[in-house]
Ligand binder design. Structure first.
Ligand SMILES: O=C(O)CCC(=O)C(=O)O
Length: 241
């Protein structure tokens, strides 16, 4: 009996998270990866860099099954597949080193680039170090996902060394009624981002790298834009791993 009550309360918490996500356009899944799992991905990424630049690695899952397994985490997939009401596939990954001094991403909505319909696309931004506003933590504008596509303007600021070349080209025009937040996210937690949620990242003003892995997912069979730089391709995840 006690076990049944425990399971019902777990299910209720899960459904509350989903309701919060529909309303605000984000949620945080706390501590779903261990320290060791995060360190393994950081080591793997550093091992893949031969040059002395720390530009993010696009589609790092293509280099290692470890990343595929990591992004197939059952707590992540449980959330995503409930949101999709269907099967999830991987779509794109990007590993960020973000060394000290790296400038953040300009405000954007991921679906501007992916162009998926309805609830068929979602992003999970996984902190591989503790993050805050001082070291490049993400900025979010809760509720903006309800606006769907918003207007963009060209950005006048210069690109940043060690950053994705597209990170700072355009900037979203966000209505003033939305308040920005920078949630503190602990290493091993995932910020789940609605396809139309406005988000950006702070500059890294700390003395250490801000490591993170962006994983995006598509509902099986849904359409999406591949993109010249991201070269998105849907792929199967390692379910039940
Ligand atoms: O990791 C970052 O600094 C921002 C990443 C991001 O927002 C994105 O790739 O959509």
């Amino acid at each position: 009996m006690e076990k049944t009550i425990y399971l019902i309360s777990l299910r209720r918490k899960f459904l509350n998270k989903l309701d919060f996500f529909y309303d605000k356009g984000y949620t945080i899944l706390e501590n779903i990866f261990s320290d060791t799992e995060c360190n393994d991905i950081n080591e793997l990424a550093h091992g893949l860099k031969t040059k002395k630049d720390f530009v993010p690695i696009m589609n790092i899952h293509k280099s290692s099954e470890k990343v595929l397994k990591f992004m197939s985490n059952y707590k992540l997939l449980e959330f995503i597949e409930n949101f999709f009401e269907g099967n999830a596939q991987g779509l794109q990954t990007e590993y960020f080193f973000m060394p000290p001094g790296t400038k953040g991403f300009s405000p954007h909505q991921d679906n501007t680039y992916v162009k998926a319909e309805g609830n068929s696309f979602i992003s999970a931004w996984i902190a591989l170090t503790d993050v805050s506003s001082k070291n490049g933590g993400l900025m979010i504008w809760p509720g903006t996902h309800k606006e769907e596509a918003m207007k963009l303007r060209e950005n006048e600021s210069l690109p940043s060394k060690n950053q994705d070349p597209n990170a700072r080209k355009m900037s979203l025009i966000i209505p003033e009624k939305y308040q920005v937040q920078t949630p503190k996210i602990s290493k091993g937690s995932a910020l789940i981002i609605h396809s139309w949620l406005a988000h950006a990242s702070n500059d890294n003003e700390s003395k250490k790298n801000r490591n993170a892995l962006l994983c995006t997912y598509i509902k099986q069979g849904a359409n999406f834009r591949s993109g010249n730089y991201a070269k998105r391709q849907s792929f199967n995840l390692m379910k039940n791993s």
